[in-house]
Design a protein around this ligand. Structure first.
Ligand code: NAD
Ligand code: DAU
Length: 342
């Protein structure tokens, strides 16, 4: 059996990765280490194979707890754990710097002390900043790191501590930089699940600014397959951009959701823009395609339909979140914006 250590495995992408690995790699067992913050949810792991998946609740910044949880003979650490929402980082950056930077350093130190063979850092295209509208520019692995939000800055800093661990201590590292993920079990603070949940509940759909910001969307399982290939085939010290060549303007995403849910476009409200709102993300995934042999398997139409179906069929999952602390978050983030929009 091959042992791997996944952090953040109760979140959206981490839990999809756990499922994918258990389904597709019978010779792998997982220790899944997650602090269960507001974004972590044990319901995301319902039904996974308990024989090959062991969950440990813990903070990646807690050195002793990480060392205790990390088994001897671990082949790889996959670091998904992070504060991941840009809007929250604009309100308060502290937790982003703590988890995303200090936490990554703690994991790198633990990897070195325990002789873990490879460290896979799950990064993001946002470290490369923003591209101009209507240009034919794309993010490549040689694009400069020029993050614009506190979230993106913390993820860029994490990439630098990963680089330093390799250059200084010889830790074997690979970095993946993916664009916007969508799919089942995404916390409804992010665009697609928020809009699906609001549409299903006949609530206004708050679109920032002119709605013409562009994101490059990828179905979560396609991202997870790329991460696995980066672990298996990626060259040490390299970064790989992951994207499905699927640029969409936000307003079109929101209209597509309303059409699929059967609700009127009049629910859309253009609200005050996000501060420092990146205009366009667009990824050139040629390096991942050539070196890793990766390509996406799920089209935008299939993926969006499957995602909407999942939220429709799992309204308890959504309502459980929406009835909790999320309500305070939502009112603080959108209350005044929506009042002004009316
Ligand atoms: P998420 O917010 O859904 O999940 C994050 C998980 O990390 C949660 O389970 C949470 O409990 C856990 N966590 C947070 N702080 C922790 C800590 N201090 N110690 C241990 N666990 C902690 O995030 P996600 O969308 O699944 O993103 C996962 C990773 O992928 C992040 O590193 C993110 O930067 C990166 N990423 C996300 C996207 C995207 O579109 N969502 C795209 C590219 C990269
Ligand atoms: O590109 C990868 C990144 O994608 C990840 O690293 C982040 O973890 C992830 O959260 C995501 O960041 P974005 O800021 O692009 O995603 P978000 O879903 O928050 O917003 C997508 C777009 O939709 C963005 O242009 C802002 C806009 N938006 C978002 C929300 C929540 C709205 O117009 N209204 C909203 O209510």
């Amino acid at each position: 059996m091959k042992r791997i250590f996944i952090t953040g495995g109760a979140g959206f992408i981490g839990s999809a990765f756990v499922r994918l690995v258990l389904d597709e790699h019978a010779d792998v067992e997982i220790v899944d280490y997650d602090a269960l913050t507001y974004a972590g949810n044990m319901a995301n792991l319902a039904g996974v194979d308990a024989e090959r998946h062991r969950f440990v609740k813990g903070d990646i910044c807690d050195r002793e707890a990480v060392m205790n949880a990390l088994p001897e003979g671990t082949d790889a650490i996959f670091n998904f754990a992070a504060e991941s929402h840009v809007d929250r980082s604009i309100n308060s950056a502290d937790e982003f710097l703590r988890t995303n930077i200090i936490g990554t350093q703690v994991l790198l130190d633990a990897a070195r002390e325990k002789g873990v063979r490879r460290f896979v850092q799950i990064s993001t295209d946002e470290v490369m900043g923003s591209l101009p509208d209507d240009s034919d520019e794309y993010f490549t692995e040689s694009s400069p790191l020029q993050p614009n939000s506190p979230y993106a800055a913390s993820k860029a800093a994490a990439e630098f501590v990963v680089r330093a661990a390799r250059e200084t201590h010889g830790v074997d590292t690979v970095v993946t930089r993916c664009g916007n993920n969508y799919g089942p079990r995404q916390f409804p603070e992010k665009l697609i699940p928020l809009m699906i949940a609001n549409a299903m509940n006949d609530e206004p759909l708050p679109v920032y600014g002119d709605g013409r910001n562009v994101r490059d969307w990828i179905y979560v399982d396609d991202h997870c397959r790329a991460i696995w290939l980066a672990y298996e085939k990626g060259r040490s010290g390299e970064a790989y951009n992951i994207g499905a060549r699927n640029e969409q303007e936000n307003i079109n995403v929101v209209k597509a959701i309303l059409d699929a849910v059967g609700k009127p476009h009049e629910l859309i409200k253009l609200v005050t823009d996000r501060k420092g709102h990146d205009r366009r993300y667009a990824i050139d995934p040629a390096k991942a395609e050539t070196e890793l042999g990766w390509k996406p398997q799920v089209t935008w139409e299939e993926g969006l339909a499957a995602t909407i179906d999942w939220y429709r069929a799992n309204q308890d999952w959504v309502n459980h979140i929406r009835n909790g602390e999320y309500r305070n978050y939502y009112d603080a983030m959108y209350g005044a914006r929506l009042e002004k929009a009316v």
